[in-house]
Design a protein around this ligand. Structure first.
Ligand code: NCD
Length: 311
């Protein structure tokens, strides 16, 4: 592991557990009336967002502020990016302003990896194209650990638009590292061509795996990344791959329903399922702040505690 958090595929079990355990400690801060620690005072975290975001950007901002870091929010819209400035020149500008960490979301898979070669600070991938979204997977694992206990041997089913989902890839790798058994369910058109190197099972039959799942993670159908028709109709998709109350009733007792958001209510998930007691969707957002605090803390608060040490 290195001083960046770019993917879960290269996260060791020890590093992953260290992040989750640190988040567990830091979660106590969220329960206080004054939710602030002085740990990252004088450090600067830049949120560099080239793609839209609600949860992830606000969550990183809240996490950095709770650790007393200075936060600079940069969104591509309204910046010199619209004048054609490259990622490299933008990165060098941030570097010149003394960024200790750059949290980056970009439409191009691999952009954070490139960025990491240009800046001295730590780079945290907040979602790159259809590649990875490691902090989402960490907050999902944190949520599952809290609800289900140790993830070793737990059965997690990830359903929906796997092809366009960076959340799916990050989750499959992290959950595998943590000992869970993952099955992805999707129509064949919404699966990547090369699934061979994904450490998981693949199924086209949601109902067959539903009754054996400890957690069911529904994914958004990412219309904005689709340039063709991937399924006949929204109705047909919902019928075969949507989580409705009838399917919810067939899940084992104690099994949880997850979704990273934003949701297409009524498509991949019925509104009453999204809002039911087994749904952890709002909890995932709360946990996101804590997990991102842990990541920033481990990356920025001195080399001794850096995740896995310096690169
Ligand atoms: C996801 C993303 O942006 O990759 N959302 C998130 O970060 N909470 C999933 C999505 O957009 O569907």
């Amino acid at each position: 592991m290195n001083r960046h958090l770019l993917s879960t595929a290269d996260l060791s079990r020890d590093d992953a557990v260290l992040i989750l355990d640190t988040a567990e400690h830091l979660s106590q801060v969220a329960d206080r009336s004054i939710k602030k620690l002085p740990t990252l005072r004088g450090r600067t975290v830049v949120n560099l967002f080239y793609e839209d975001s609600t949860r992830t950007r606000i969550s990183f901002e809240a996490a950095a502020k709770r650790l007393s870091a200075d936060v600079i929010n940069f969104s591509a819209k309204g910046s010199s990016v619209s004048k054609g400035e490259s990622l490299k020149d933008t990165a060098l500008t941030l570097q010149a302003m003394g960024a200790d960490a750059v949290v980056v979301r970009h439409g191009a898979s691999g952009a954070p990896h490139r960025l990491a070669t240009w800046v001295d600070g730590s780079v945290v991938n907040a979602g790159d194209g259809t590649h990875e979204h490691p902090t989402q997977a960490l907050l999902d694992a944190f949520t599952m650990r809290r609800r289900l206990g140790d993830l070793d041997g737990r059965r997690v089913t990830i359903v929906g638009d796997i092809l366009h989902s960076r959340v799916a890839r990050s989750n499959v790798h992290l959950l595998h590292t943590l000992g869970a058994e993952v099955t992805v369910v999707a129509p064949p058109t919404l699966l990547p061509v090369a699934m061979g190197d994904w450490p998981c099972e693949v199924s086209y039959d949601f109902d067959a795996v539903l009754s054996k799942s400890d957690a069911v993670m529904m994914l958004r159908v990412q219309h904005e990344r689709m340039n063709a028709s991937f399924f006949p109709s929204a109705r047909e998709y919902s019928r075969r791959y949507g989580l409705d109350p009838a399917r919810l009733a067939r899940m084992p007792e104690g099994a949880i329903v997850m979704h990273p958001g934003p949701m297409n209510r009524g498509m991949e998930i019925a509104a009453e399922v999204a809002d039911c007691a087994r749904s952890t969707i709002v909890e995932q957002v709360t946990n996101g702040v804590t997990v991102r605090m842990a990541v920033l803390y481990l990356l920025l608060s001195g080399s001794e505690s850096a995740i896995g040490g310096p690169q």
